[in-house]
Design a protein around this ligand. Structure first.
Ligand code: ZN
Length: 200
């Protein structure tokens, strides 16, 4: 089932999430729905708060970028141990164990902030520990675009949006558009849910 995506200004997007204790039937359904919702909105990742939930989990599928990644050298964008990049992956209770000092800048967008793309500086490589839906603990070292997507989604679980990470100058430039968005003046080509203080 495709779930409506929460939009900038929704209080759930800035609230920290709760660790997942068990993956029961209900949570499996949520995971399936999140993957379907991510594909429905052509996103590379989707975190639970973006569909109004506070579980500490996100889904990622960077395969729409595969061609681009291959052209740039997949190994540079990969993971150790290798993570097959042509399918969705579920990250439960993720922790970033290490981040490289080297940072790279790249344009990001977010399904919860439709129509806005901004360059964001992030560590080039990270090491992440997480659990699979079978509650197996895994650890990967990710680099390039995969590392970027993982960090973007991880931030959602901390209540952080990419617009929090851009320069103060760009934040000032966007202030008005974001304020309008938070008031519900927003359009997206996928189902959204507006839940803002102004509307309550
Ligand atoms: Zn996002």
């Amino acid at each position: 089932m495709i779930l409506p995506i929460r939009i900038y200004g929704d209080p759930i997007l800035t609230k920290p999430t709760q660790a997942v204790e068990t993956v029961d039937e209900e949570l499996r359904t949520l995971i399936d729905d999140m993957i379907e919702t991510m594909y429905g909105a052509s996103g590379l990742g989707l975190a639970a708060p973006q569909v109004g939930r506070s579980e500490r989990l996100f889904v990622v599928d960077v395969s729409p970028l595969l061609e681009e990644l291959e052209a740039e050298g997949l190994e540079h964008h990969g993971a150790v141990p290798p993570l097959p990049l042509d399918r969705p992956h579920v990250f439960i209770n993720p922790e970033i164990l290490e981040s490289s000092e080297e940072e790279v800048e790249f344009e990001e967008g977010c399904l919860s902030i439709p129509g806005i793309r901004e360059p964001v500086w992030r560590p080039e490589r990270i090491r992440m520990r997480y659990m699979t839906p079978d509650m197996e603990t895994r650890e990967i070292e990710a680099s390039g675009m995969l590392a970027r997507v993982l960090q973007h989604e991880y931030d959602h679980l901390q209540g952080i949006l990419f617009t929090d990470l851009i320069s103060p100058f760009r934040q000032r430039m966007l202030r008005r558009r974001l304020r309008e968005m938070a008031r519900g003046n927003v359009q997206a080509d996928y189902p959204i849910h507006i839940e803002t203080p102004a509307r309550r």
